[in-house]
Write a protein that binds this ligand. Structure first.
Ligand SMILES: *Cc1c(COP(=O)(O)O)cnc(C)c1O
Length: 420
């Protein structure tokens, strides 16, 4: 069980809404920092442990600078994410490029930054060579195929477009060694939003065994193992958070059994978690516009799928709190909807909640990762503001809401007839 609480009272949220009208995403700095420290504490036995925060989860410079202060690196999947990371102050191998279907300009920018390049395909070696000088360090993304089952969100590794295969992986390292690469990394990402502790221990086993095999078959000594992201969070109150201490001690045991005897110590272990790092510490705050009785009863919010896509596209559960009504009986059955002309624009279906009136505030939980970031402009919906609840209790605007002018900014109208 985890208690789904919000860090502010209804009165405090109403006060914030006076300055920043709903909807907005609100992130809890104190909780983000405390969680980051627990994550690092759990893996303190690993020399040079690091989490490279997946920028795509919450690409906000203030959030990223908090994570930089907490000693995190970044994982980037595009050119703008690389540039954003540099602007925030990330440097060198603190930055990882894990893109797929990669264009040359991402290799060029990553090389300029001194970032770790994590190659998604053996065929990319040719493009890499054409684009940049052979780097000192290279990493490969590994796809285990039918050796692993993946999970629902990410799908079967065998069907996934990512990574080099079992048959290719040793060759991939051999080729790069022959081209003069001196240092090597190994990466995988086989799960998404996975809550099963043993899954990550098994991923470590897979990577450790592979590192040993690569050494035996090609002489390449891998110095860096990247476990990817995909550590889940308990979106539902009845779910349990992963136990990082337990995962860490399981990995430590395997390290002693596999890595040390193979002469691969010290091996750096890193992660690329996004969701785990910020997911639970963000909230989408909205206001109820209408309560409409049709065949079902609909609570219509001033936000929509453009602010949070996960329920609409994955049927994902996001907990909902009605501030000020936390202690009332949840004796009503509602569909909580947005305003998009899409029937999938529902934040919750058949959700038991206390009686709701127009004007009520609604807080949707766990929007700190893959929330704002997945927003879009379909139906000419504008992206919301992002706010930060600072450690001292003040609230700071860390991204303004889009305006109608922003919506028009990229359009080119047919030119008006010339006046004579
Ligand atoms: C999306 C992604 C991550 C982060 O995933 P989370 O579920 O947010 O931890 C990490 N690495 C890669 C390569 C990704 O694509």
């Amino acid at each position: 069980m985890n208690e789904k609480r919000i860090p502010l009272s209804k009165a405090q949220l109403e006060k914030i809404a006076e300055d920043y009208p709903t909807p907005f995403h609100l992130y809890d700095e104190k909780a983000i920092r405390e969680n980051a420290r627990q994550f690092y504490q759990a893996f303190s036995w690993v020399e040079g442990f690091k989490n490279h925060y997946a920028v795509k989860a919450c690409p906000n410079p203030t959030i990223l600078s908090i994570l930089l202060e907490e000693k995190m690196g970044v994982d980037c999947s595009s050119l703008p994410e690389l540039i954003l990371s540099e602007k925030v102050g990330f440097r060198g191998e603190n930055i990882v490029l894990t893109s797929n279907d990669t264009p040359a300009e991402e290799f060029i920018e990553a090389a300029r930054l001194g970032a770790v390049i994590n190659l998604d395909d053996i065929g990319h070696i040719e493009l890499l060579e054409k684009s940049i000088a052979i780097p000192e360090l290279i990493s490969f993304r590994y796809n285990p195929g039918d050796a692993r089952t993946g999970n629902v969100l990410i799908g079967l590794p065998l069907e996934a477009k990512y990574g080099v295969t079992r048959d290719q992986v040793v060759d991939a390292y051999r080729i790069m060694k022959n081209k003069g690469v001196k240092r090597f990394g190994l990466h995988t990402m086989v799960a998404s939003n996975e809550l099963e502790n043993s899954y990550f221990i098994e991923t470590a086993r897979m990577l450790f065994e592979l590192a040993v095999m690569v050494k035996e078959e090609s002489g390449v000594e891998i110095e860096l193992v990247n476990m990817g992201g995909g550590v889940g969070i308990p979106y539902r109150p009845e779910e349990k958070a992963v136990d990082l201490e337990l995962i860490s001690s399981g990995i430590k045991e395997l390290y002693g059994q596999l890595i040390v005897p193979a002469g691969l110590h010290p091996l750096r272990i890193v992660f690329e978690c996004g969701r785990l790092v910020t997911g639970p510490y963000g909230y989408l705050v909205s206001r109820v516009r209408h309560v409409a009785k049709k065949y079902k009863t609909y609570v219509g919010l001033d936000s929509c799928m453009a602010n949070l896509m996960r329920p609409g596209i994955y049927g994902a559960y996001h907990h909902i709190t009605v501030p000020g009504k936390e202690d009332l009986p949840a004796d009503q059955l509602y569909d909580v909807t947005g305003s998009l002309c899409e029937n999938s624009d529902k934040f919750a279906i058949d959700r038991r909640l206390p009686r709701i009136e127009p004007g009520d505030l609604i807080v949707i939980h766990d929007t700190g990762a893959h929330g704002y970031a997945m927003g879009f402009n379909y139906n000419a919906k504008l992206r919301s503001a992002e706010l930060l609840l600072r450690e001292g209790g003040t609230v700071q605007l860390i991204r303004r809401a889009e305006t109608i002018d922003d919506y028009f900014a990229t359009m080119r109208f047919p030119s008006a007839p010339l006046k004579v």
